[in-house]
Design a protein around this ligand. Structure first.
Ligand SMILES: [Fe+2]
Length: 319
């Protein structure tokens, strides 16, 4: 029956009519499970940081509008860190400016190290400290500057892959290098780490694991496309085991441990992590995080859950 169905010789006489049989590619078009192209991968901070520092020496602030090393998935090309998310590590030297621009893409920053650096967003000058999440919503003027005396490094999270299929991202440069801004003490675009950790620790003595979903003051996710989450895993403990249709870029705020992933085909990967490492969780992989015996671990991750929820596509399961 299948062989008969696959007999497409009769279509030869319709060459040039731009039709193709669906029945020969049915499984690829309507597969039995999600099919992410990205693979699990971990970028060790201690291996990437020297490359970033070298970029800081060799690539001047006027040469690089943004001095970023993109985290490119081994099974894909830039801008894909996952099928839906882009991540990069950005460095700014003391005294430098990353000039003002705005674009349709949304960005968040998770600050890894450094002090007295700032992101200015639409007139709000927001100083950055380790663990802060800072948003630059679509089409807001933003620049970065640095008044401290050591490098600032952060993780950028953007929705750039979406624009490969919906090609409507574009940018504008501001006429000056900096958009006029004033120090903002309490910006709605900044999420400090302390209250997040406090919320995560509320049930620390009762359970080994907690998660926290970042929400804006209006209760909505961080953007229409990208969301943020933090997780605590007690020393010697493990997270829940779950799988989701969204993918994630996870970053180790503190602690040490490993994550077990089992992909849609049953292949198992173990990623061992330390502070400031960044790793990929492909869509629909079962994932369990484990913290080493002697230390509590805290992870930050961003995801495309809001995009999928807005489209009615999000699905999650736990074991
Ligand atoms: Fe930007």
């Amino acid at each position: 029956m299948l062989a008969e169905s696959n007999n497409c010789d009769f279509l030869k006489k319709y060459d040039g009519s731009h039709v193709e049989p669906l029945w020969t590619v049915m499984e690829a078009m309507v597969p039995p499970h999600p099919n992410p192209k990205c693979v699990p991968h971990l970028w060790e901070y201690e291996k990437i940081k020297p490359a970033l520092l070298e970029a800081g020496e060799k690539v001047g602030e006027y040469e690089a509008e943004r001095r970023v090393l993109m985290l490119v998935n081994p099974n894909m090309k830039a801008p894909y860190t996952t099928d839906t998310l882009y991540a990069g590590l950005q460095l700014i030297n003391p005294g430098e400016t990353a000039p003002a621009h705005r674009h349709r893409a949304f960005a968040l920053r998770f600050i890894i190290e450094g002090q007295r650096g700032f992101t200015a967003v639409e007139g709000e000058k927001i100083y950055m400290n380790k663990g802060d999440v800072i948003l630059t919503p679509p089409w807001t003027w933003h620049d970065h500057g640095h008044e401290g005396d050591d490098v600032m490094i952060w993780l950028d999270g953007l929705d750039l892959p979406i624009f490969q299929n919906i090609p409507v991202n574009f940018a504008e440069n501001y006429e000056e290098r900096r958009y006029p801004s004033e120090k903002a003490e309490n910006s709605s675009l900044k999420f400090s780490w302390e209250p997040v950790e406090e919320a995560l620790n509320a049930n620390k003595l009762q359970v080994d694991y907690a998660d926290y979903e970042y929400r804006k003051p209006d209760g909505k996710p961080l953007s229409h496309i990208i969301g943020g989450e933090a997780e605590r895993i007690n020393a010697g403990g493990a997270s829940v085991t779950r799988r989701e249709t969204c993918s994630r870029v996870a970053h180790v705020y503190a602690g040490q441990g490993y994550s077990e992933l089992v992909d849609v085909k049953g292949n198992k990967t173990v990623l061992k992590w330390k502070p400031n490492d960044t790793f990929v969780i492909p869509a629909w992989s079962w994932i369990t995080h484990h913290s080493e015996d002697n230390v509590d671990s805290y992870l930050f991750s961003f995801n495309d859950k809001p995009l999928q929820e807005n489209l009615g596509l999000y699905k999650a399961e736990t074991k």
